[in-house]
Design a protein around this ligand. Structure first.
Ligand code: PSU
Ligand code: MN
Length: 311
């Protein structure tokens, strides 16, 4: 897909990304909220670097996305990754926040929704993350449904993830995606993944294991004019998974704490992630890191297949 020229004035690509775009090399977008709000320092920055290295080793080019200096930055330097990993000022940017951070010169980390927007503007079709946002438990009274889901409905980027965390109502998240016509592909198994655990207990729409066939699916969808995203669920490797019952008990506790403390809006997800980390004594962080790396392998292979194959 060609980058949209009228948006170029908002974008600033790193040298590596600019060279890759000029040469038509396969690019993989990466989000930055996982760095600023999803993991503690220094594991956040170490993981961001390791994920980029995995993508390079697979023959694709990583493009970590954030807002800095009034520009959407596509590809970050080591120093910029450090800044996002440490700065308490880094905002969590979703669709509604992008114009504010850009026009007010704020430091901002992009969520899944905002990263999809920026990736599409830059002509990047594949995006790797940890887990997508979704319909929160209790959404029937809180109305808390992540803007990630609306973005998946409208923005044409494939999002490789380890499913959705069980802090969410996974069944309702899948219903919402179905209503909005967002296909949910699964890699290596029939069921949708649940982030720390491989199996959510709910079926994905389609199991497609090979990168070439995943690429054919995407080309067919977008070739038909069916714009919008695709979720590609890649389960955490069994050796790195957390025990399901333990995660459920800890999730319940974190949800109760959030309610008791009146946590609302965009603070909910970072609060729950931080509490789960603390309550597992950091063990959940190891599985979080492993699943993101695993997603990087799948995303890089898909980006290569999209670039190589036709038909
Ligand atoms: N889920 C995770 N880790 C994360 C996030 C979600 O397992 O770091 C981040 C992503 O950036 C996602 C955002 O887009 O949280 C969703 O936030 P909210 O629920 O406020 O929409
Ligand atoms: Mn929310």
């Amino acid at each position: 897909m060609k980058p949209n020229a009228s948006f170029e004035r908002f974008l600033a690509c790193s040298d590596e990304v600019a060279a890759a775009r000029a040469a038509g090399l396969p690019l993989v977008a990466l989000e930055s909220t996982i760095i600023s709000h999803g993991m503690p320092y220094p594991q956040n920055v170490q993981t961001a670097r390791a994920v980029e290295a995995i993508i390079r080793a697979a023959g694709a080019v990583p493009a970590t996305i954030a807002v800095l200096g009034g520009k959407i930055r596509i590809g970050l330097s080591e120093a910029e990754l450090e800044l996002l990993g440490q700065s308490p000022e880094a905002m969590k940017l979703s669709r509604r926040d992008l114009p504010f951070a850009l026009s007010q010169n704020k430091i901002g980390a992009t969520t899944v929704a905002a990263t999809m927007i920026c990736a599409e503007l830059a002509g990047i079709q594949v995006f790797v993350t940890g887990g997508i946002g979704g319909v929160h438990r209790g959404a029937e009274t809180s109305f808390d449904i992540s803007a990630d889901l609306q973005e998946l409905a409208r923005t044409s980027v494939a999002v490789v993830c380890a499913g959705a965390k069980s802090i969410l109502d996974i069944a309702l998240t899948l219903e919402y995606l179905e209503t909005h016509g967002v296909p949910v592909l699964s890699v290596g198994q029939a069921n949708f993944a649940a982030f720390y655990t491989p199996d959510s207990g709910h079926r994905a729409d389609f199991q497609i294991d090979s990168p070439a066939e995943q690429a054919r699916f995407l080309r067919t969808k977008w070739g038909l004019g069916l714009s919008g995203g695709v979720v590609i669920s890649n389960p955490v490797p069994a050796a790195e998974a957390m025990p399901g019952a333990e995660i459920e008990a800890i999730t319940q506790q974190a949800l109760q704490e959030a309610a008791a403390q009146g946590i609302q809006g965009k603070a909910v997800t970072p609060f729950l992630l931080a509490r789960i980390k603390a309550l597992t004594g950091g063990r959940s962080l190891a599985s979080n890191i492993a699943l993101v790396k695993n997603n990087a392998r799948v995303g890089a292979a898909l980006a290569l297949a999209l670039q190589q194959g036709q038909g």
